[in-house]
Design a binder for this molecule. Structure first.
Ligand code: T4K
Length: 368
């Protein structure tokens, strides 16, 4: 009986490698609130990602909530329906109305033309997602933002380590928010980070993530508990030692899938290969309509064989009852997103996945 294969499995280094970090935390007695592990991880991540100002947070969702607070975003924000539900939830938690615009079918990211068409006098910002780690049309989005005086916060939950023309993707927009959840390319069990353009914004974010405290007696904002603990930070430091090998293995798997799936009737690999700065965080395939069983039948078939692929992102965020009455949420307004939600299947991809397992998955797809 083969082991179950999930859409992802967290990378876990040998346990012995983590013990010295734990000993150090035990010795220091500092468990959270910006201790030495936290400080070291912030610096190490900023260096690794090629950014200057990075603030750790407890998870990506808190990161989005805090980022919106830091820029004092109100009113309406244009965002994508084709994402994990946390993207829109972060708006709602700030009392902001999400306005859904359609995606570009090539990239699964917000289509700049549809963003511009959705702007109203109440629009204050754009919240695009670098879906599956594919860069958004950053130049076009920034041009729109400038023309209309809007802020841009990138949900970069999938975009750890993604580069464009040798530069970090995280340098675009007013802020970028990463997720370090266990299912992500780089993880700290739970965690995330906000990348800021300057020291002042970073400082504001750091007050917000610590209840608004500046010092023992001064509170400057209605902040929240958005901190990362020392254990999570220490694990991040250890993970960073393994990240290049993990990314290399992901890219290998990405290449193997493409090779084995090439020319298979009814199956398309919609994204470019994860070379040139890609992080191979997901491996979406498009199951095209035709005589063979469709996407949902394939999803079920794989499940019967112990392979837990996922329909990221089905349903669309705009299809959930809490968002159905938001502006732009009707399916006729979002034809590309609706088609993607109904035809994409994300295949398992993670460093410990073996070539034989990839072959088995592809064989099951071929035999459907
Ligand atoms: N923005 C975007 C665009 C996002 O994708 C996300 C999160 C966020 C914002 C918010 O960031 P965080 O607040 O989460 O930091 C998962 C993750 O929970 C979620 O972080 C992620 N996006 C989303 C795309 O995927 P589920 O509901 O698919 O999780 P779950 O528990 O079904 O896990 C998927 C598979 O991973 C499981 O079948 C088995 C495997 N797994 C999972 C966990 C948690 C493991 O092997 N070990 C584990 O510990 O949402």
């Amino acid at each position: 009986m083969s082991r179950p294969i999930y859409v992802t499995r967290p990378h876990l280094p040998p346990l012995e490698e983590f013990l010295p970090y734990l000993e150090s935390i035990w010795e220091s007695g500092q468990l959270t609130n910006g201790g030495p592990m936290h400080q070291r991880l912030e610096q190490a991540l900023a260096d690794y990602l090629g950014v200057e100002h990075l603030s750790l947070v407890g998870n990506g969702t808190l990161g989005l909530i805090i980022a919106l607070q830091a820029l004092d975003i109100r009113g309406e924000v244009i965002t994508t329906p084709y994402s994990f539900v946390a993207t829109a939830h972060a708006l709602r938690w700030n009392g902001i109305e999400p306005v859904f615009a359609d995606i570009d079918p090539q990239t699964f990211n917000l289509d700049p033309a549809r963003i511009e068409a959705a702007i109203t006098p109440a629009t204050t910002a754009i919240l695009p997602v670098h879906c599956y780690g594919t860069p958004c049309a950053v130049e076009a989005i920034e041009a729109i933002a400038q023309r209309h005086g809007l802020r841009v916060i990138y949900d970069a939950a999938h975009a750890f380590g993604v580069g464009q023309r040798g530069q970090s993707l995280l340098l675009h927009g007013d802020l970028s928010v990463l997720s370090f959840h266990a299912t992500k390319v780089f993880h700290t069990f739970e965690g995330g980070a906000i990348v800021s353009p300057d020291a002042r914004t970073k400082e504001r974010i750091e007050h917000l993530r610590n209840f608004g405290y500046v010092d023992e007696t001064t509170v400057v904002s209605a902040g929240i508990n958005g901190k990362m603990s020392e254990v999570n930070s220490a694990f991040g430091l250890l993970e960073l030692k393994h990240i290049d090998a993990a990314l290399a293995r992901r890219r290998e798997i990405d290449g193997l899938y493409r090779h084995l799936l090439a020319g298979m009737p009814g199956i398309r690999c919609p994204l470019p290969p994860a070379v040139d700065g890609g992080n191979a965080s997901y491996f979406p395939i498009l199951v095209e309509p035709g005589p063979r069983p469709g996407r949902d039948a394939l999803y079920e078939r794989l499940k019967q064989h112990g392979i837990y692929a996922r329909r990221y992102f089905y349903p669309l965020i705009s299809d959930f009852p809490v968002y159905r009455s938001s502006p732009g949420a009707a399916r006729y307004n979002l034809p590309n997103a609706a088609l993607a939600a109904d035809s994409v299947l994300c295949l398992p991809i993670y460093p410990a996945l073996t070539d034989a397992e990839v072959q088995r998955i592809v064989q099951l797809i071929a035999d459907r």
